[in-house]
Design a protein around this ligand. Structure first.
Ligand code: COA
Length: 141
C-alpha cells in the first residue's frame, strides 16, 4: 500500500468507501460522492488516500485548514478505512500523512470531527489526542 494525494478520479471510489466504512444502506453512491466532493474541492491538498498495489482504495482522509487568532487548525472532516483493511495501521498512517502536509506551517492544532462513539474515541486516544470541551448542538425541524 501507499498513501498518496487524492485525485478527482478517486471521487467515486472514496464515495463507495464512505458507504462501506459506515455500513450505510439507505443512501445512494451519488449522494456519498457529492458529500466527499464538497470537502475534496474545498482543499484538495488536504485529502489523502490509501492505494493498494491493485489500484483499489482502502482508506481516505479529508481535511481542511483555517487560521484564526490562536493560529492554524487542521480539521479532519472524514477518516475512513474499509472494514476489510482495518487494524493494519492505515488510519494512523493517514492521520500522520495529513499532519505532515502542514508541518511546514509550524504549530498546528489538529481537530477531528468525532461522534460520541467509544471506538473512535479510543482510536484518537491511542494517537495521543485529548478530548476537548467542545459541545455540539443539533436542531431538526
Ligand atoms: C476509526 C478507523 C478510521 C480506524 O482505522 P484503522 O486503520 O483500523 O486504525 P489503525 O489500524 O490505524 O489503528 C491505530 C490505533 O488505533 C487503535 N484502534 C483502531 N480502531 C480502534 C477501535 N475501534 N477501538 C480501539 N482502538 C482502536 C489500534 O489498535 C491502533 O493502536 P496501536 O497503534 O496502539 O496498535 C476505522 O475503524 C473506520 O474507518 N471507522 C469507521 C469510520 C469512522 O468512524 N471514522 C472516524 C470519524 S473521523
Amino acid at each position: 500500500m501507499s498513501i498518496s494525494p487524492m485525485q478527482a478520479a478517486d471521487l467515486d471510489a472514496v464515495g463507495q468507501l464512505y458507504l462501506d466504512a459506515y455500513a450505510v444502506k439507505d443512501w445512494s453512491l451519488e449522494g456519498a460522492v457529492r458529500y466527499v466532493k464538497k470537502f475534496f474541492d474545498f482543499e484538495p491538498e488536504r485529502c489523502r488516500v490509501v492505494r493498494e498495489e491493485d489500484g483499489s482504495i482502502t482508506g481516505a482522509i479529508l481535511g481542511f485548514t483555517f487560521e484564526r487568532e490562536k493560529g492554524m487548525t487542521l480539521f479532519i472532516q472524514e477518516l475512513i478505512v474499509a472494514p476489510s483493511a482495518r487494524n493494519r495501521g492505515y488510519g494512523k498512517k493517514l492521520v500522520s500523512a495529513l499532519r505532515e502536509s502542514t508541518s511546514h506551517r509550524g504549530k498546528v492544532r489538529v481537530k477531528p470531527l468525532v461522534k460520541a462513539d467509544t471506538s473512535v474515541l479510543n482510536f484518537y486516544n491511542s494517537l495521543g489526542f485529548e478530548r476537548d470541551k467542545v459541545v455540539s448542538f443539533t436542531i431538526e425541524d
